[in-house]
Design a protein around this ligand. Structure first.
Ligand SMILES: CC(C)(COP(=O)(O)OP(=O)(O)OC[C@H]1O[C@@H](n2cnc3c(N)ncnc32)[C@H](O)[C@@H]1OP(=O)(O)O)[C@@H](O)C(=O)NCCC(=O)NCCS
Length: 157
């Protein structure tokens, strides 16, 4: 496994996906099913990691997910994901979830999720990922916080 990959900036991994919430995604209360939001969060996180690693990835850990506001059928759900930490083969990604009422334009931040993925080579074995380049003090802080979260996850294993 080579570890001499050139660093890549955090912003290069940034990805946004948007999807209109349809009746098929409703729970018994008529809001969007939490499991559906989790699936979209996982997809957005994986895409950001694939962009960073330029490899296929698998989810290894999902932190606690707290839904602060319901997302309604007819809302546009917008997920923005960015890699916040790169280890040897693992990456943490932050996913922000926003619901937009497309008629009024009102936007609600419903949750932030942190997930960890591992990059795999063609044989399905963990493979090195490029180091993450933090380009300003705010990004450096985010990377430090991500490292602390990753240390806590590994300590809990
Ligand atoms: C992910 C997987 C390939 C890791 O294999 P492994 O032999 O355990 O590999 P390692 O122990 O070397 O761990 C690989 C990396 O994951 C990290 N990791 C492992 N468990 C972790 C956890 N619970 N939380 C956070 N990171 C974790 C390790 O710290 C390591 O990171 P590093 O290389 O940056 O230091 C393997 O566990 C697996 O296939 N899991 C199933 C994945 C899956 O099916 N996901 C759901 C569908 S995508």
């Amino acid at each position: 496994m080579s570890s001499k990959l050139p660093p890549k900036p955090m912003r290069a991994s940034r990805i946004s996906i948007a999807q209109l919430m349809q009746p098929g995604q409703a729970n018994n209360l008529g809001n969007v099913h939490g499991g559906w939001i989790m699936k979209l969060v996982d997809e957005a996180g994986a895409l950001a990691c694939m962009r960073h690693a330029q490899r296929r990835v698998v989810t290894v850990a999902i932190d606690q997910m707290v839904f602060r506001q319901p997302i309604r059928i007819g809302d546009l759900i917008i997920l923005t994901a960015e890699v916040t930490y790169a280890g040897h083969t693992s990456m943490e990604v932050e996913v922000q979830v926003v619901a937009e009422n497309p008629i009024t334009g009102e936007r609600t931040h419903t949750n932030t999720a942190y997930l960890v993925y591992v990059a795999l080579d063609d044989d399905g074995k963990p493979v090195h990922v490029p180091p993450l380049l933090a380009e300003n003090p705010a990004e450096k802080r985010r990377v430090e916080q991500a490292k602390e979260r990753q240390e806590r996850r590994l300590a809990q294993k």
